[in-house]
Design a protein around this ligand. Structure first.
Ligand SMILES: Nc1nc2c(ncn2[C@@H]2O[C@H](COP(=O)(O)OP(=O)(O)OP(=O)(O)O)[C@@H](O)[C@H]2O)c(=O)[nH]1
Ligand SMILES: [Mg+2]
Length: 528
């Protein structure tokens, strides 16, 4: 799929931005994403007679090597400040054909001059301030311009061809631009100096194009015209397209490298598995500690319940889960975060989710324990106990009634029989026994009910025990759910990152073909 650099870089930037905000990436997205496609030095839809966009060529190098003098020579008039004061140039001078429509520059310190030389129509020449002076603003100006330049002319003088700062810039930017080299002030140069400079440049470029020029005194072997012709001959649609394609390629590769760095920040599945294992161990210890720490408060709390006193303690705080318990829980969670860090997992998304859990732990724990205790009080005893007690309550009514009915029947029957047989009516023994049967049939179930009914205090104790165990288990469950969510988010982020990386790779896998023996090829560092 053909993909526009700015479109993909925007996707990556958006993705990296949200991933950074959610804590998955340590640093905010690198500036390469925001470099954008828009060139600083010409308007995209400019109206003129030129078919291709102009080639943007800039002089760079240490102070006093003659960059401004070279541009002035090209212009045939002193358009850029040149002099003995160091550094001389503090602004960018832009020299262009009048047909080229220039944009409104976002940068200040840009001085613009135009010409009507048809030969130079397709080239925009730029004189930049020095890169090695003490003036930081100059350096910043150069760095701002760099991404928008096609060809950099590295200017040195016989005296200053080993300039460290300019050389470092060349090293870091070698792969991203096309380069030409100029040894200016050749009127005062020695052949050994030129050879030494060439040797130095060949450390980076296979067959560099080096021109020797003199801007003050005219000399026989001056190569200024060759330099100018080389550049004007390069300002064709084909070269510009090749350079642009290569530029995209390089930037996609930079995006790709950045994405690969990002992927490393997500940790791996094995680390996540280990994190779960560490948490379980850690929690077993904390859970035991918490249970031990709560126990001493069970008895006074159960007594409070038995007397139907309010649930809160004197300070009005909820019972059981106090600062001590919160600190133990926080310690356990902190240990997990440290473990995650040691296992190279991103900790911020984990911390964000754990924060909610830390905040709600007290409320959740206390309300769960309270509910369990209330339920235990409402339904005293276990199922067997409760069924037996129900039976005893029914028996307390049924048994005496049955006994009384039986005694009544015996009394009636005895009276009837004694009338028939004229024998004694019921004996004293019967009266005593039947009274006893009636009393016992009520007394036994009553006694069972009285003795077997669990006390409120006992029920409260049972409820507290059960509530604490259940609430701690549910806290553990919630932490596991946080790890699950963390894993889920990690997979989603990783999938998005891998899709974007695959897009970068699909673009960078075919290198831009430029003949390395051509003029342009000699100006480029071979892509690795
Ligand atoms: N001998 C000799 N002197 C030169 C040549 N080119 C430039 N100069 C002198 O070198 C000095 C510095 O020239 P500039 O063109 O201002 O140098 P620059 O590289 O633009 O310097 P900055 O703007 O400070 O970065 C001036 O005095 C020029 O006259 C040359 O070819 N030969
Ligand atoms: Mg200058």
């Amino acid at each position: 799929m053909a993909y526009d650099y700015s479109e993909l870089s925007q996707h990556i930037e958006d993705w990296a931005q949200q991933a950074h905000e959610l804590g998955w990436l340590k640093n905010s997205p690198i500036p390469i994403f925001t470099a954008g496609e828009k060139n600083l030095f010409f308007e995209e839809g400019w109206v003129n007679l030129i078919s291709a966009r102009p080639l943007i060529v800039a002089f760079m190098g240490g102070t006093g090597v003659g960059k401004s003098s070279l541009l002035n020579r090209l212009a045939g008039k002193p358009i850029a400040k040149s002099g003995v004061a160091r550094p001389t140039s503090k602004e960018v001078t832009l020299f262009h054909h009048r047909d080229v429509t220039l944009p409104t520059f976002p940068l200040t310190d840009i001085h613009v001059e135009s010409h009507d030389n048809e030969v130079q129509k397709n080239v925009i020449w730029i004189d930049m301030p020095d890169f090695d002076s003490t003036n930081e603003r100059n350096k910043e100006l150069v760095l701002n311009c760099l991404p928008h330049i096609d060809v950099l002319i590295y200017v040195v003088s016989p005296e200053r061809y080993r300039d460290e700062k300019a050389w470092q810039l060349l090293l870091s930017e070698a792969g991203t631009h096309a380069w030409l080299f100029v040894m200016n002030q050749w009127d005062i140069g020695q052949i050994e100096q030129a050879d030494d400079f060439e040797k130095q440049v060949k450390l980076i470029f296979n067959a560099p194009l080096i021109f020797k020029t003199s801007c003050v005194t005219s000399i026989e072997n001056d190569e200024f015209n060759d330099l100018s012709e080389t550049l004007t001959s390069l300002a064709t649609q084909k070269t510009i397209e090749q350079l642009e394609k290569r530029g995209h390629h390089i930037r996609f590769r930079a995006l790709q490298n950045q994405m690969q760095d990002y992927l490393l920040q997500f940790g791996n599945e094995i680390a996540l598995k280990k994190l779960r294992g560490h948490w379980l161990k850690n929690w077993n210890h904390t859970e035991h500690q918490l249970q031990q720490g709560f126990k001493w408060r069970f008895q006074p709390l159960a007594e409070n319940f038995a007397q139907l006193l309010p649930f809160e303690n004197k300070e009005g705080k909820n019972f059981l889960w106090d600062d001590w318990a919160q600190n133990r829980f926080n310690d356990a969670l902190n240990t997990m975060v440290i473990d995650a860090q040691t296992l190279n997992l991103p900790i911020v998304p984990l911390e964000i989710q754990l924060l909610q859990l830390r905040e709600k732990a007290q409320k959740q724990f206390n309300s769960q324990v309270e509910l369990q205790t209330r339920q235990a009080l409402a339904q005293r005893g276990n199922l067997v106990q409760r069924s037996f007690l129900k039976f005893a309550a029914v028996a307390e009514i049924i048994f005496p009634l049955t006994a009384m009915s039986w005694v009544g029947f015996q009394v009636f029957n005895g009276y009837y029989e004694s009338n028939q047989t004229h024998e004694h009516y019921l004996s004293i023994d019967f009266a005593i026994h039947s009274t006893l049967v009636c009393i016992l049939s009520w007394l036994i179930p009553f006694f069972i009910l009285k003795k077997c009914q669990p006390s409120l205090e006992k029920c409260a104790l049972r409820g507290l025990n059960k509530g604490v165990s259940q609430s701690l288990a549910s806290l553990n469950h919630e932490v596991s759910a946080v790890i699950d969510e963390f894993q889920k988010q990690r997979i989603t982020q990783l999938q998005n990152a891998k899709t974007l990386l695959a897009l970068c790779e699909s673009i960078t896998k075919t290198p831009v073909e430029i003949d390395k023996n051509s003029t342009l090829g000699r100006m480029l560092v071979t892509e690795k």
